[in-house]
Design a protein around this ligand. Structure first.
Ligand SMILES: [Zn+2]
Length: 171
């Protein structure tokens, strides 16, 4: 199936970000927005069977762990709270009632269990938003906070792999 601009008839188009609820719904039936390579017009086209996978945040290669602990965040005057549902050295996923938008920089305070002191992420960036969930990447984190985050992840790793792997310590 070729991709053809309905305005100028030229074949080919570059996929655009979906905008708004309608285009998100349309993508479930394989209709996506495109930009014509010739006239730069925006159009929608059916690409049956095509699924576009969202680009991953750079260097998000670290292993992620399922979690469930509170987080408070702020962006200027906006404050909110949520629950961290998974965590890695490079980022996390959180559930919140606050409507977040992509590329928003946030400051986070991770209220990790088993510690009175929050882990402070100086700057996290919203990479993706799906209903109540937001995927964040950590862009700025002080060395001391990094160490505490690493220690917490190691704890998670050992507790989550209990009974699955042998007693050998990988560290
Ligand atoms: Zn065109």
């Amino acid at each position: 199936m070729s991709l053809q601009c309905p305005k100028c008839g030229k074949e080919g188009g570059n996929r655009l970000q979906r905008g708004g609820v309608l285009e998100h719904l349309l993508s479930f039936v394989y209709i996506y927005p495109y930009r014509c390579v010739a006239c730069w017009g925006r159009f929608r086209a059916l690409r049956w069977g095509t699924r576009y996978v969202r680009k991953q945040a750079p260097r998000r290669s670290h292993r992620r762990f399922q979690t469930h602990f509170p987080v408070v965040f702020s962006c200027g005057q906006t404050h909110g709270e949520g629950v961290v549902t998974n965590l890695a050295m490079g980022g996390c996923r959180l559930k919140t009632d606050v409507k977040l938008t992509e590329d928003t920089p946030l400051e986070l305070k991770l209220q990790v269990p088993g510690s009175d002191i929050e882990i402070r992420v100086e700057r996290a960036t919203v990479r993706s938003v799906e209903s109540f969930f937001a995927g964040l990447s950590f862009s700025r984190l002080a060395e001391a906070e990094k160490k505490r985050l690493r220690r917490f992840l190691v704890q998670l790793m050992t507790s989550q792999s209990k009974g699955v792997t042998c007693l050998q310590n990988p560290f």
